[in-house]
Design a protein around this ligand. Structure first.
Ligand code: GLA
Length: 394
């Protein structure tokens, strides 16, 4: 057995070494993961979000090769690579390859200037943990190809084509928040983004003695993508019904709880709940922006707890592990707010924790989580950072 594993490793190393043999990067890009302070599942409802990139990233090294159409991609983390023929970009059976293929495909819809390249990917972002390693992957590649081949795409082009890649090749009908945060973030700020007009403003994030701590549940329930698409469809159904009474309403962002109530009898209890959550969450983002501007961290924390309650009970995208972590945070006096972050069904909780108690909180949470689920928690501080950028260019 040991012999087989050893042979397998040597085989992997050989492929890797062969890849690296002629590899001299001419361009290195870093592309970050993101957190979202508040505004969950509001982006595809044309509402507001408050995300920022974090200091955990994926690094891409690029080199043009002499081929007109052959591209070699190698992921150091997966110890796996694959080849793309630019004359025949099609979906793969492997999910991670589709993020790459999707971006290449979308770029090909805009330009014919991409030719053969080699790309080495090194990820320092936990996958499937709600910090959007997928957007980091898409946007890093888009940014890299844009620079390598002088495609003259704007940052917003890259954001939008990356989002589209996820729709068409991966199959998740995501909103625009993750890609926008990955590309557009500014160190020490969150972005108040209007997902309808794409107008945005950088808001300094000053939390005084508090830190943003992510607890990674290390569960990623397989429902995530299908349930995500279901939620989006439920919201669209809600809008369709509200629109029969209020013809100007084209997105949940434009309606109110009062209007929704008048449509209650026209929709199922489930659709009603989904709409109610989104309307309330969108309001919470506006209150959170005021709270940030007034340095009212306590109010911000309270809003995070409210969001979790909504995501868990009304929008129903939580899971026992995430509920457990938020309940546990509520018992710790040094934590003033916590909620699940991202699409749901696993991944991280975002916690606002007093700096003096960060390590104690992590220690206690890890012990209790291990005892309850037999899963090791991982935790890290999220530091608001800049977006996708060039590290090195020849
Ligand atoms: C995922 C999606 C985003 C957003 C969040 C929920 O991260 O990619 O577009 O909808 O879920 O807020």
């Amino acid at each position: 057995m040991y012999f087989l594993i050893h042979l397998f490793r040597i085989e992997k190393e050989t492929i890797y070494m062969r890849f690296l043999e002629h590899f001299k990067p001419e361009l290195v890009i870093t592309s970050p993961g993101r957190i979202n302070l508040i505004g969950e599942h509001t982006d595809y409802n044309m509402g507001y979000v408050l995300p920022t990139a974090i200091d955990k990233k994926i690094i891409f090294s690029f080199q043009k090769n002499s081929s007109p159409n052959i591209c070699n991609i190698y992921s150091k983390g997966y110890e796996k690579g694959f080849t793309i023929d630019l004359n025949k970009v099609e979906k793969s059976e492997k999910e991670w390859e589709n993020y790459i293929l999707g971006v290449v495909h979308e770029i090909q819809q805009l330009t014919t200037m991409v030719s053969g390249f080699n790309c080495l990917i090194e990820s320092y972002l936990p996958m499937g943990s709600g910090v959007s390693s997928s957007a980091a992957l898409e946007c890093g590649l888009a940014f890299g190809l844009n620079t390598l081949f002088d495609l003259a795409l704007s940052p917003i082009d890259m954001v939008q084509l990356s989002q589209k890649a996820e729709h068409t090749f991966v199959g998740t009908q995501c909103g625009i928040m993750d890609q926008f945060a990955s590309v557009m973030s500014k160190k020490g700020h969150v972005i108040q983004l209007d997902c309808e007009s794409l107008a945005y403003e950088y808001i300094p994030i000053k939390l005084g003695p508090y830190k943003l701590v992510l607890l990674n549940s290390n569960v990623a329930h397989s429902l995530a993508s299908s349930e995500y698409n279901t939620r989006r469809a439920e919201c669209e159904e809600g809008v369709r019904i509200i629109n029969t009474k209020f013809p100007l309403i084209t997105a949940l962002r434009h309606t109110s709880l009062d209007e929704l109530k008048t449509c209650k009898d026209l929709m199922s209890a489930t659709i009603y709940k989904r709409c109610k959550y989104v309307i309330m969450e969108n309001e919470r983002v506006k209150i959170a922006v005021d709270a940030l501007e007034q340095n009212n961290v306590e109010l911000l924390g309270k809003l995070l707890y409210e969001t979790h309650e909504g995501l868990s009970k009304t929008y129903e995208v939580s899971c026992p592990e995430l509920d457990f972590l938020v309940d546990l945070a509520k018992e710790h006096t040094a934590v003033i707010g916590a909620r699940l972050m991202g699409g749901g069904f696993g991944g991280c909780t975002l916690n606002i924790v007093h700096e003096k108690e960060v390590s104690t909180f992590i220690e206690v949470a890890s012990k209790q989580y291990l005892a309850a689920f037999d899963i090791q928690l991982t935790a890290f501080e999220a530091i608001p950072s800049g977006g996708t950028s060039i590290v090195y260019q020849e």
